[in-house]
Design a binder for this molecule. Sequence first.
Ligand SMILES: [Zn+2]
Length: 502
Amino acid sequence: MTKPPGTFEIKDTDLAGRIGKLYLKNGVIETPAFFPVIDIYRQDVPPNELLEIGFKQAITNAYLTLKRFGDEAVEKGIHGIIGFKGVVMTDSGAYQMLEYGEVDVDQETIINYQKRIGSDIGVILDVPTGIASYENAKRSVVETGKRAEEAIGLIKDSDTVWVLPVQGAGYSDLTAESAEIARRLSPHYGMLGIGGLTSYMEKYDYLTVVDMIHVAKRILPGGKPVHLFGAGHPLIITLAIALGVDTFDSASYILYARDNRYITDYGVERLDRLEYFPCTCPVCSRYTPKDLLEMNKEERTRLLAIHNLYAIKRAIDRAKQAIREGRLWELLEETSRRHPSSYEAFRAFRKYRDYLALSTPYVKGVVRGLRLYGEESLWRPKIILYRRRLEKYLSGRRVKRVILKPYPEKAEECPRYTDVEDEVLVAYYTPYLGIIPGELCGVYPTIHFNYPEREVPESIIEEMIDYVASLVRRLYPDATVTVEEGSGWREKAARILRERFS
Ligand SMILES: [Zn+2]
C-alpha cells in the first residue's frame, strides 16, 4: 500500500536499532538502508546493477548534476539521467563546500533544482562542520540552523522528503545544540541527518563518531528516520545501526575500488596484499586476487566495487537479522573486536546503556537465550532491564530470612521454589543476572542464558558478589542471610558472600 512520502513505520527494534519502512514517491525502502553514491561523471558500476545486488536506493550529488546537466536533468529527471530505477536521494553540494570551499549556488536554487529533477530525498544546503576549530564548528551549527529555518518555505508541500542535518562534529555541546534546533524544526522535515563525521570515519576515529551519534539521537525525535552522511565501512555501520541510525551513504566502495582496495569485515586491504578473498560474494567466489590483478583497470574496478558493495550489504543484513532475534548486542560484542577502533567505540556503549535500554524489548516473539561472554556482556541493556524488574519485584516485600543458593551448572536443573514460608526469600546467585528469586526459575530469562560456566572471568564473579551483597542489604537490612555453596566459581563466591553478610 502506498502512503505519503516521508511516512516512516518502525517494524522492530533492538537496542536503539530499528527495522523500518520508509515511503518515498518512487517506492518504499526497508531500513537500515545504504545509499551507494553514484558519481555523476563516471559510473564504474552500471547503476541498475546496484538493484541486482540488493540496493533499491542510491544517492547522487545535485550540485554536480546542476553543473553538468543543468536543465537536461529537469527534463529527463534524475532517475533518467543516472539510469537508476530505484529511490534516488540527492545531496545538496554542501560536502563540496567542505572539500573545496564555497560553492557558487544558493540554497533556494539548489532546493528548487532538487524538486525539479524529482529527487525522492533531498538535502538542504547545510554547512558541514568537518574537522574544525570550536569557533568554526559553532558557526556551522548556527548557519545550518538558519538555513534550515529559511528552507521551510521552500520545501513545504513538496513530495520530496527533506533531510535536516545536525552539525557540530567533534563537540558534544555543539552537536547537542544543533540537534535541539533540528528537533524544534523537525515537524517541517521528513528526515534528520548527522553530518560532518566523514573525516573522523576515514581516520578510524569511531569513538568520536559514536559519541556524536549518541548525543544527537538522544535529542532527535524517535519517530523520524536518521541519516548518517559518509558512512561506508561495515565496522562503523554496525555500531551506528545499534545507536539508531536508519540510512547511510558513501562513495567508499568505489573510491576504494579505483585505488585497488578491498573492504573486509576488519578493515580495508590492498588487493596486491591478498592471497585469498575472505568473502564468498559472487565476485570472490569466482575470482582470486591474482585474477583481478591481471585484469584491465576498468574491469578490476567494477568487480572490486561490486565486492565492496556486498561487504556493506552483508553488514546491514546481519544487523537486521540480529535486530529480529534480539541479539544486536551479541553482534556488537563479536564484530567490534575486528578492529581496535570499533572495539574502543563499542566499549563506550556502557555509557549509553540507559538510552539503549529505552528501546530494547524485554522479550521477543521467539525466545532466544542470552549468550554472555565477559565484561561487555554485563553492560547489555537486557541485563539492566532484568535487574530493574527484579528490584521492583523484590522491593516492598517483607523478608526476615534470605537463603542464597548457587545457580546450578545446568539451567534445566534450576528447581522452582513455590511454597516457601512467609517472609523467607530463596534465591539463586548467578553471574550476569545477579539474583534469581527461586519462584521465578523458568521465567524468561532465568534459564535462558549461557556463559562459559567453567571459566567465568574473575571480574564477573566480583561484580556478582558486589551486586548481590548490596542489593540484599539495601532491600532487607535486618534479614538473616544464609549462603549455600557449590562447585567451581560457587565455592569462592559463597565464602566471600558469607564474609560480606557476617
Ligand atoms: Zn566478495
